[in-house]
Each structure stands twice: as structure tokens, then as C-alpha cells.
Write a protein that binds this ligand. Structure first.
Ligand code: YH5
Length: 287
């Protein structure tokens, strides 16, 4: 079997172990983004922002999100890191309120202390933009049965957009992910818990992002599922000249293209609209 065949993903596992959940990979899944950074809320205090975030997450679930991704630290180029206690202060009340919401809750964090705390409080997935590279991250997730999303990032948010250079971006991203999978599985994290992500926008130029999307089908290996996160990102703004609030159409196009090239999960802000776009794809692509 050629390990770069578009059909490679999905041949091994048809589901993803995700804490108490088992997510099917027989159809594309929608991960709904719930942003818990302070600039996402009205500024009426913590209790109000928790209420707003929980209501927003419930709306995403009603609109058809297969899972929810809570993120409390900005990963914008140049953004300052959020202290652990502040990150937990933003995440834990929302996580608690979403217990029993019916879908797995993922937490977007690279900090081992945050991982341990959220896993003890019911998170089903760790979405790590640093792919478990911070010391202690591997052991923080190894003893649980959570899913783990391993994402590629060149550099870190403080320097990642400073002239990133690749010989072959697809080969380099794929090799990085392969090395991270080898380390994770050697530490006892079952392959059925892993989701991989090329990290659109993280240390990549527009040309790199486009090449990753164009050749997305070459990324999967060992049957592991792939996630694509392009929703509202600058790469879409660069093509359309639209500001961040006017990138819905571009985001839907990008999500559909990634799924057609083998992505099993799309991470999006606009769940209801993505659901409709996927319904058209499913109606045409009956297997
Ligand atoms: C991702 O791709 N991205 S946070 C800038 C935007 C819009 C959105 C300028 N966490 C990913 O979503 N986790 C983030 O407009 C992620 N994959 C995974 N696994 C950045 C983000 C964004 C940035």
C-alpha cells in the first residue's frame, strides 16, 4: 500500500477514542470553536462571560457540532502566554457547565498543568498546537483515555511568521507528525486516540498554506485521521481581501476542499453553515 494514497486515512481506525466517547470517522466531523479569551465577551465580568460562553457552546452543539473546542489562550502571532491559573479560571467553569452536554469537549492547550486539571474535570480531548512538546505534556495525557490532536507549528507564536522557509512543506509537516506519533505511541498513547493537524497559519506563508491544502491527501499516514483548521484565518483574508468577520464563504470553501482531500475533522467557528455545506457534499458523494 502506498502510504501517500488519498485513501490511506481511515483504513486503520474507523473511530476515534475520545474519553468516554467514541467518535465515528465514517463521516466528516465538525469541531465547533468556543473562544474563551476576554476579548470574546461583553466585559460584564466573569459570571456573565461564563454564561455567554456556555450559551454559545450549546448553540454550536444544537447547530450540529460533533465536538466543542474550548480555547483560553490567544495563539495570535506575538500574543503573550496566559498564566496557568488564568487559563484554568477561564476554562473550568465552562467545562463544568458543559458536563453532560452530549458531545466531547476538547481543550486547546499546550500546558501540562492545564491538561491534567481539565482531564480530571471531564475534558475528552486535548488539542495541542505544540504536539505534546512541552515537558510533562505526554505523561499528563498518557494515563487518561482522552483523544489528542497533534498539530504542526514551526517556531512558536512569538516568531512563527518571521519568514518561515521549507524545502517541501508537505514532507516536513508529515515527517514532524510522524515523529510526534512515534513518541506518543511509545509513551502508551494508543493510535486510536490520535488526530493529526498540519497547523494552517502556524509558521507558514500563504504559499505554504495553499500547498498544504492542495496536497492535503498526501499528509495522512498509518490510517490516522486528519483535522483541518482554516476557519476565518488570515490565509483566507489574503485571498479574498475580506476582514475576519467576512470570511464565512471562504471558510466554507476551505473546509469542503479539505474534506474532499481526506480531512476527517474540520475546526470551525460557523457550525450551522458548515453543516449545510457538508450536507451538499454528502448528498453528492453517496458511497
Ligand atoms: C488549528 O488550526 N488554530 S487558534 C486567526 C484567525 C482565526 C482563527 C485571523 N487552534 C488551530 O483559530 N488547533 C487554533 O483569524 C488550533 N488547529 C488546531 N488543532 C487560531 C485560530 C484563528 C487564528
Amino acid at each position: 500500500m502506498s502510504d501517500i494514497s488519498p485513501g490511506a486515512a481511515g483504513e486503520a481506525g474507523r473511530s476515534l477514542r475520545c474519553g468516554a466517547f467514541e467518535l465515528t470517522l465514517k463521516r466528516p466531523l465538525i469541531m465547533g470553536i468556543v473562544n474563551l479569551t476576554p476579548d470574546s465577551f461583553s466585559g460584564d465580568g466573569l459570571a456573565a462571560s461564563v454564561r455567554q460562553a456556555v450559551a454559545y457552546a450549546r448553540k454550536q452543539i444544537e447547530a450540529g457540532a460533533d465536538l466543542i473546542d474550548l480555547g483560553a489562550e490567544s495563539s495570535r502571532p506575538g500574543a503573550a502566554p496566559t498564566p496557568v491559573d488564568e487559563e484554568l479560571r477561564r476554562i473550568l467553569p465552562v467545562l463544568d457547565a458543559l458536563a453532560g452536554c452530549g458531545v466531547p469537549v476538547s481543550v486547546d492547550t499546550y500546558k501540562p498543568e492545564v491538561m491534567r486539571a481539565v482531564l480530571a474535570r471531564g475534558a475528552s480531548m486535548i488539542n495541542d498546537i505544540r504536539a505534546l512538546r512541552i515537558p510533562g505534556a505526554i505523561t499528563a495525557v498518557a494515563d487518561s483515555d482522552c483523544a489528542v490532536c497533534l498539530m504542526h507549528m514551526r517556531g512558536d507564536p512569538s516568531n512563527m511568521q518571521d519568514n518561515p522557509v521549507y524545502t517541501d512543506v508537505v514532507d516536513e509537516v508529515r515527517s514532524f507528525l510522524q515523529a510526534r506519533v512515534a513518541i506518543a505511541t511509545a509513551a502508551g498513547i494508543g493510535a486510536d486516540r490520535l488526530l493529526l493537524d498540519p497547523g494552517f497559519g502556524f509558521g507558514k506563508t500563504l504559499a505554504h498554506n495553499l500547498e498544504l491544502l492542495r496536497r492535503f491527501a498526501e499528509l495522512p499516514f498509518a490510517g490516522l485521521p486528519m483535522l483541518a483548521g482554516m476557519s476565518r484565518k488570515s490565509m483566507l483574508g489574503a485571498i479574498t481581501s475580506r476582514p475576519v468577520d467576512h470570511r464565512l464563504a471562504a471558510s466554507l470553501a476551505a473546509a469542503l476542499l479539505a474534506i474532499q482531500r481526506g480531512a476527517q475533522v474540520v475546526r470551525v467557528h460557523d457550525v450551522a453553515e458548515t453543516r449545510d455545506a457538508l450536507a451538499i457534499l454528502a448528498a453528492v458523494d453517496i458511497d
